[in-house]
Write a protein that binds this ligand. Structure first.
Ligand code: SF4
Length: 210
């Protein structure tokens, strides 16, 4: 049996009934707990891309698997930050909508306002048919965020909160997520989600055990 790193990189992959899109391996964070640091992929799929896929390549891969089962959700989430490829993401989302493949979610680090300062990103996501955002906050304040996520932007934490507010204003369903790492105060992040009147989900921390 082939080990994951010997397999061809996957643009489209799945876990249970959810179909995922791996648009990029690039990210504006460098979280110390990032799975990319100690794994080549997930669930037998190699997520280390040789090159970033173009829209037509993603749609081609999607067409191969779109009807093999009843997918409960379509999720932009791979080994990088999907909103770094905003135009491709919007194009794929429009294609999914046209083909009635719903609901559509983005797992994001929430840096979209910093990545695309001149665009109304949340409105564009809504128009393209995105239904839900899962925003990884992973800290209860900016100091801890900078410590654990090591963003390439200075004011990332504040901008993530602004992004969440704008997404709510654009009528997107939003949830905050946090990886259960020892540095963070889960209850405080949960309260932030309550204040935004959005959902909150804790994700397990899977430390690397060599
Ligand atoms: S935001 Fe996600 S992809 Fe980016 S470094 Fe952190 S865990 Fe990895």
């Amino acid at each position: 049996m082939k080990i994951i790193s010997d397999r061809a990189p996957s643009i489209v992959y799945w876990l249970d009934n959810k179909l995922y899109f791996n648009l990029t391996n690039d990210c504006t964070n460098d979280c110390y707990f990032c799975i990319r640091k100690f794994k080549h992929g997930i669930s037998g799929f190699n997520l280390r891309l040789a090159t970033e896929p173009q829209s037509h390549e993603i749609i081609k891969e999607l067409q191969k698997v779109a009807l093999i089962k009843h997918w409960s959700e379509f999720v932009f989430c791979g080994f990088g930050e999907p909103t770094m490829r905003l135009d491709t993401l919007l194009e794929i989302s429009r294609w999914l909508n046209q083909n009635h493949l719903k609901p559509i979610r983005i797992n994001t680090n929430g840096h979209a306002l910093l990545l695309h300062p001149s665009r109304d990103v949340t409105a564009e996501l809504k128009v393209a048919g995105i239904d839900k955002l899962s925003v990884s906050l992973n800290a209860h304040n900016a100091t801890i965020y900078n410590e654990v996520c090591r963003p390439s932007f200075e004011n990332a934490f504040e901008k993530i909160l602004q992004f969440i507010g704008q997404a709510r204003g654009s009528n997107l369903t939003v949830e905050i997520t946090a990886v259960n790492i020892p540095e963070i105060r889960i209850k405080e992040i949960e309260k932030m989600a309550r204040d935004f009147e959005i959902g909150f989900r804790v994700r397990p921390y899977l430390p690397c055990v060599w």
